[in-house]
Design a protein around this ligand. Structure first.
Ligand SMILES: Cc1cc2nc3c(=O)[nH]c(=O)nc-3n(C[C@H](O)[C@H](O)[C@H](O)COP(=O)(O)OP(=O)(O)OC[C@H]3O[C@@H](n4cnc5c(N)ncnc54)[C@H](O)[C@@H]3O)c2cc1C
Length: 391
């Protein structure tokens, strides 16, 4: 056992990525400071957090996702001041482009929902507006779109670090190279301890923040969690001055291709429908041609961009059947909480997740969202909520 480690904590968080770090900070912010984060790697951010595209947006189709963004994006606006650490928030917007009437109808329905819930920075845009924002786009087939100026990007690694360092200043502790191997319960079935490769920690409250590995961790507590890993790949270009570094994330709804400025170049993404679930970490070089084919259609000058395959990377989404996270107490195991299955939105929704989990742990309720909507029981009870705006 590490000598610095008190073998007891009020709350143990399994996983030191952006979600675990946000929960730790929100707990300490609410006065709960005997918090211990367990991370099996030698440093934080080696999971999905360090692989993310860093997009943050409020342009969703379901109330609960919009509400989580309405907490998280203003949070990112003041992140640097509150954490005394840069979060890298850049409000350069997300621009959705529709080429088919069904996609435009979908955007129109969504924008009504977003406005009704209080989002003030989203608007419909014309082809001309899109051309003004990114003149290099091919737009002949675009019939309209939407743009939200407070959407944008953050630096996920820096956000995670900021959350963690601020939590640590208030007394939260982090144990690295501590893999959780068991979760113990007392005779009444309540959480009593966590077993790790560095010893046993007594606790009454455990949070599963293990990202793509969440189902394995849940199994240790006897819970079946429908969270599966799905590989996502990103392709950065070499410096590419033809497109402005101040432009938005552009989402081509006809193919799913999207890109944003990154460094001196662009970061290219596409949701490959042929990808299958599994712990696949290797970047597949044939993906470059796929993403460039879709990309060059919408952004023809991409044909002149250079890509170094060695700079491309792959990471894991943690998917749920309805593409919404699973948050809150696990049924039947008092003291075991879930913060899992973000389905591609864990960076943007990490502030709201931290708030929701801290409230549920400390007060037993949270008024930021209707938390019942995101509980694990929804799958057994047929209450899935489908989000179709998954990128
Ligand atoms: C290519 C890509 C692009 C993405 N783009 C976006 C985006 O634009 N916007 C967005 O919001 N999200 C995006 N995401 C998703 C986002 O990155 C994740 O949802 C988010 O990082 C999840 O954070 P986390 O802390 O839950 O998981 P992670 O960062 O994976 O952290 C989980 C941690 O748990 C640890 N762990 C696991 N098992 C154990 C154990 N038994 N004991 C101890 N520790 C354990 C792991 O080592 C890991 O450090 C993207 C993801 C990828 C891969």
């Amino acid at each position: 056992m590490n000598q610095l480690l008190q073998p007891q904590a009020d709350v143990v968080i399994i996983g030191g990525g952006i979600v675990g770090s946000s929960i730790a900070w929100h707990l300490t912010e609410a006065g709960c400071t005997n918090v211990l984060v367990l991370e099996r790697e030698s440093h934080q951010g080696k999971g999905s957090t360090g692989k993310s595209m860093g997009g943050v947006r409020a342009q969703f189709s379901t109330d609960v996702n919009i509400q989580m963004s309405l907490y998280s994006i203003p949070f990112y606006q003041r992140f640097d001041e509150v954490m005394e650490h840069p979060g890298g928030y850049r409000p350069q917007g997300y621009m959705f482009l529709a080429t088919q009437q069904k996609h435009l109808d979908y955007l129109n329905t969504n924008i009504e929902r977003q406005l009704a819930l209080g989002l003030k920075t989203v608007r419909r845009i014309s082809r001309q507006d899109a051309a003004a924002a990114v003149p290099q786009l091919f737009l002949d087939d675009v019939i309209g779109g939407t743009f939200c100026s407070t959407d944008g990007f953050v630096d996920p690694y820096s956000v995670m670090t900021g959350f963690w360092m601020a939590a640590a200043r208030r007394g939260a502790r982090l144990l690295r190279e501590a893999e959780v191997t068991g979760i113990a319960k007392d005779a009444a079935g309540k959480i009593s301890a966590v077993e790790t490769t560095q010893g046993v920690i007594a606790t009454r409250t455990v949070v599963n923040a293990a990202g793509a590995w969440a189902a394995q961790v849940a199994k240790l507590a006897g819970i079946d969690l429908p969270v599966t890993p799905l590989r996502r790949m990103l392709v950065p270009t070499e410096p590419f001055p033809k497109v402005s570094q101040h432009g938005p994330m552009v989402v081509d709804m006809s193919s799913g291709f999207h890109f944003r400025p990154e460094g001196l170049g662009l970061l290219l993404a596409w949701n490959d429908p042929e990808e299958t679930s599994g712990f696949k970490f290797a970047f597949e070089p044939s993906f470059i041609e796929k993403v460039l084919t879709h990309g060059s259609y919408r952004l023809p000058c991409l044909e002149e961009a250079e890509v170094n395959p060695k700079r491309c990377w792959a990471g894991l989404y943690e998917m749920t059947p309805d593409h919404h996270p699973i948050l809150g107490p696990a049924p039947g195991v008092p003291g075991f909480f879930l913060a899992n299955g973000f389905s591609g939105h864990g960076v943007m929704h990490s502030p709201a997740t931290g708030k929701i989990l801290a409230d549920l742990i400390i007060k037993g309720s949270c008024d930021l969202i209707d938390t019942r909507l995101l509980n694990l029981e929804r799958f057994a009870e047929g209450r899935e909520i489908h989000e179709t705006a998954v990128l």
